[in-house]
Design a protein around this ligand. Structure first.
Ligand SMILES: [Ca+2]
Ligand SMILES: [Ca+2]
Ligand SMILES: [Ca+2]
Length: 552
């Protein structure tokens, strides 16, 4: 049947490749464990296989990938569906940002030998999504800065445009101010688009700082951020899923969300010192089953006692206004933006300093950030705020309930929340997070975690880690140990190792069998190899759960 479809592929020459793509493959999540908004991403399914075979950022004369010479930069810039694999391990130092503007891309970091791939941007940004980009899957990749205070540069990743984008088992660290960002740029940028359907799952985000040197400002976030041009473009960021990630060793914004809506489910937030999760303006946010654990940056009592004016910090800070922004952003529950309701917060199942055994109504974990000064809101806009009798939390703003009791609408592959304790065990104890594993030539998941991700996991278990911004700086300049390993033999360059092909009845001398879906489960044979599953028999994939720490 699949061969018939492939015959049709060539017969239907009038079709664009994306049309044929849609015909060929049933809708399945990007890979079997992909959950949340964005996971309908097809990535490079059915496309070319490109092997990155050098750690060089660029090679003169190799702006396009050939069979023998391909940089990560050239692979990312290649148009059309593509699955990017690696024959090398180590650090790719990028001297300028990698623009991701071509749709249908998978970066399979788990294909790299040894200790895997680290993309390092010593200054500036590493990856920048812009233009008509969509259906991108990035797995098992480390993206870091390097250099300490004021020199680490901003942003490992900025999604400045796009939809159907999944980051899975990635590790982001050592950047200033904001490590990972979802940021809707103004329309004055020709490549700016609305942003929707993004998942970050099983990623590590750690050890960032603002560069200002001010302790307490070592912030980091996922921002769907506001543009100060009078148009609420943050409102054009929606359906963001952040689940089973580990944020660690940063003061605040783990994460901050500034978007139309987002969900934060089953993450671990470790070693912060002020408001941890925060939302802004009209964001509708679900915060479910997360585990908040203090470390050296602040004790539980500091978290629960810190005050600035009327602001009290807890696990979640909900903003009912934002100082210093145009009035349009500050109006809650009014119709001056688009007529829809104001911000809302759904909280359930979280464990943290103000709810240590998880038994309390999660509303006690919230604190308001509010301005009731008419010079901030604009005269007459803030008509009324009704506060809870206990805790001072606003319950209704301008007559609209701030608290919501049902989850936000879900996409085709929703996250099924588990308990906060189960999430902690899965992420921290079992260590199923970050660029932790690779696929070997037999299609098995094996350990590939590096010493820095391991150190942060150990911090989280043992309540260790930096207790000051200087401590974070010292970590940002750390050396990255590389284990080169040996790439698997793939004689026909179809992305599947010879040994695995033979073991699974495929031909190591025929490159056309990689893009066939032999068992009709929606995943091509090369995807099955990269997912740790088998190409026949509808077998369950061997997910990397339970892998621990070891550097190969
Ligand atoms: Ca092969
Ligand atoms: Ca083959
Ligand atoms: Ca299949």
């Amino acid at each position: 049947m699949n061969r018939l479809f492939f015959a049709l592929f060539f017969i239907l020459s009038g079709f664009g490749i994306s049309d044929v793509h849609a015909l060929l493959f049933a809708q399945v999540p990007a890979f079997p464990d992909a959950k949340g908004h964005g996971t309908a991403a097809r990535g490079g399914r059915g496309g070319r296989v490109l092997y990155v075979n050098t750690l060089a950022d660029s090679v003169p004369g190799a702006e396009s990938c050939t069979a023998t010479r391909c940089t990560l930069r050239a692979a990312v810039e290649t148009p059309g569906p593509r699955i990017i694999l690696f024959k090398v391990a180590g650090v790719i130092d990028v001297t300028s940002r990698l623009d991701v503007s071509q749709p249908y891309m998978t970066i399979a970091g788990q294909s790299a030998p040894g200790s895997g791939i680290t993309v390092r941007a010593k200054s500036g940004m590493a990856f920048f999504f812009k233009g008509d980009v969509h259906d991108v899957v990035i797995r098992f990749l480390r993206i870091r800065g390097n250099g300490g205070q004021n020199s680490g540069g901003n942003l490992a990743v900025t999604v400045g445009s796009g939809y159907n984008i999944v980051f899975d088992h990635c590790s982001f660290s050592w950047k200033n101010d904001t490590i990972t960002s979802i940021y809707r740029y103004p329309d004055s940028y020709s490549w700016a688009r609305d942003i929707r359907d993004i998942t970050f799952q099983r990623c590590m985000i750690y050890e960032g700082e603002t560069g200002s040197g001010v302790k307490g400002e070592t912030g980091l976030s996922f921002n769907g951020i506001v543009d100060k041009n009078g148009i609420p473009q943050w409102y054009e960021v929606e359906r963001i899923s952040l689940h089973h990630n580990l944020w660690a060793n940063m003061s605040h914004r783990l994460p901050m969300v500034h978007a139309k809506n987002a969900e934060i489910i089953n993450n671990v937030m470790y070693n912060f010192n002020q408001d941890v999760v925060s939302n802004k303006t009209k964001t509708a946010l679900d915060v479910i089953g997360n585990f908040f654990k203090t470390g050296p940056l602040a004790s539980d009592s500091v978290i629960l006692g810190r005050k600035w004016g009327r602001e009290i910090s807890h696990e979640f800070r909900t903003n009912i206004s934002q100082a210093g922004l145009p009035d349009a952003y500050q109006v809650i529950g009014l119709s001056t933006v688009d007529g829809t309701r104001g911000p809302s917060l759904y909280v359930a199942g979280n464990i943290g300093p103000s709810n240590p055994d998880g038994r309390l109504d999660n509303w006690v974990m919230t604190s308001p950030y509010k301005h009731d000064d008419t010079s901030v809101f604009g005269a007459g806009l803030l008509q009324s705020v009704e506060y809870d009798s206990v805790g001072g939390m606003p319950r209704r703003v301008n007559g609209v309930d701030l608290r919501r009791f049902t989850r936000l609408p879900q996409g085709p592959f929703p996250v099924a929340p588990e308990s906060a304790s189960a999430a902690y065990n899965s992420i921290v104890v079992s260590g199923d997070v970050g660029a932790s594993a690779r696929i070997d030539e037999a299609g098995r998941w094996v350990n590939a975690r590096d010493e820095h991700d391991q150190r942060v996991l150990s911090d989280t278990v043992n309540r260790t880690g930096p207790g000051s911004i200087e401590g974070i700086h010292s970590r940002q300049t750390a050396t990255i140990t590389v284990v080169a390993g040996t790439p698997w033999v793939d004689a026909d360059s179809d992305g599947m190792a010879d040994i695995w092909e033979v073991a699974n009845g495929l031909s190591p001398g025929n490159p056309s069998d990689g893009n066939i879906d032999s068992d009709g489960d929606g995943y091509t044979n090369v995807e099955e190899f990269l997912n740790g599953s088998q190409p026949t028999g509808l077998s369950a994939p061997t997910a990397p759960q339970g892998l621990r720490v070891v550097i190969p």
